[in-house]
Design a protein around this ligand. Sequence first.
Ligand SMILES: NC(=O)c1ccc[n+]([C@@H]2O[C@H](COP(=O)([O-])OP(=O)(O)OC[C@H]3O[C@@H](n4cnc5c(N)ncnc54)[C@H](O)[C@@H]3O)[C@@H](O)[C@H]2O)c1
Length: 315
Amino acid sequence: MENNTRKVVVVGAGAVGAAYCYALAQSGLADHITLIDKNTDLARGHVLDLRHGLPFLPSLTITAGTAADYRGADLIVITAGAAQQPGQSRMHLLTQNAAIIRAIMADIQAQDSTAVIVIATNPVDVMAYVAIQSAGKNRARVFGSGTVLDSARFRQMLSSHCGVDIQNVHAYILGEHGDSEFAAWSMTHIAGMPIDEYCPICGACENWESERETIQQAVRDSAYHIIDYKGATNWAIGLALVRITRAVLRDTRSVLTVSTLLEGEYGLRDVCLSVPCIVSAQGIDKVIESQLSPAEEDALARSAAVIRTAIAEAV
Ligand SMILES: NC(=O)c1ccc[n+]([C@@H]2O[C@H](COP(=O)([O-])OP(=O)(O)OC[C@H]3O[C@@H](n4cnc5c(N)ncnc54)[C@H](O)[C@@H]3O)[C@@H](O)[C@H]2O)c1
């Protein structure tokens, strides 16, 4: 049976893992969801609770799992780790979470799993690097959720600011999933027009040059505000992970700003950060090297430097 089913293993049943499971269960993308947590009661509790929703869900099996489940998985999504506390940057979680990722990757390797592996644990760029190293530098099959969430936040804020349907806003946040991330304005399009052409005719604000910086900063600060209010961010990252899941399980070849190991693209190597990538059933099929402005190239290099410093601490 397992061979014909699309099985997703979710590691970490905390705020993020549970939100992802809930959204994934409704999406119809997976036939079997397995939830693993070192707190086995937590995983069991979520599984029982979700199972009681089966009459209202697409056909689905939901189980609490163990490391043995990695063997038959198509996709493994890792959300396990210590979470960001109010006032803490994502980098605070470095060494603690690196050890957790290494241990989980060792368990996955021991099961000879061929699954695509997505890391959501923060600091996600460093954790993706640690996971890729553990997987024998397989950068296609292992990657981080990167700035898929930040790009969604950016699109939402642009859509709201300009009064344009979010589906007509194409925009990416690149670099670190963290304080050094930046908006790639040169790649931002509204109504099919480059933003530099759209802003002068938009009419939504007086001074669009200064508004851009305000919006970019609001994207960077989003997680801090949400964590101050409610202790964690979970709903939107859950949905962002479903978006990545769709690309993998349905082989959609979607362009997503996932965190990947660069091997010379953008003049950078041996560092994980987010740039637009084509995501398919094999994982990352292609890193898209777009033409950035000189300021964006500098911002990407600054992000790479921040992440490299953190990697040096983690490995
Ligand atoms: N990438 C993103 O965009 C994004 C967004 C939000 C949160 N996050 C990150 O996701 C991670 C999880 O956040 P959360 O709010 O769900 O945290 P949480 O504390 O609610 O849950 C983490 C869970 O991981 C489990 N865990 C720890 N070590 C484990 C191990 N070795 N094996 C299995 N399970 C283990 C814990 O028992 C806990 O249930 C954090 O690192 C957080 O910063 C990432």
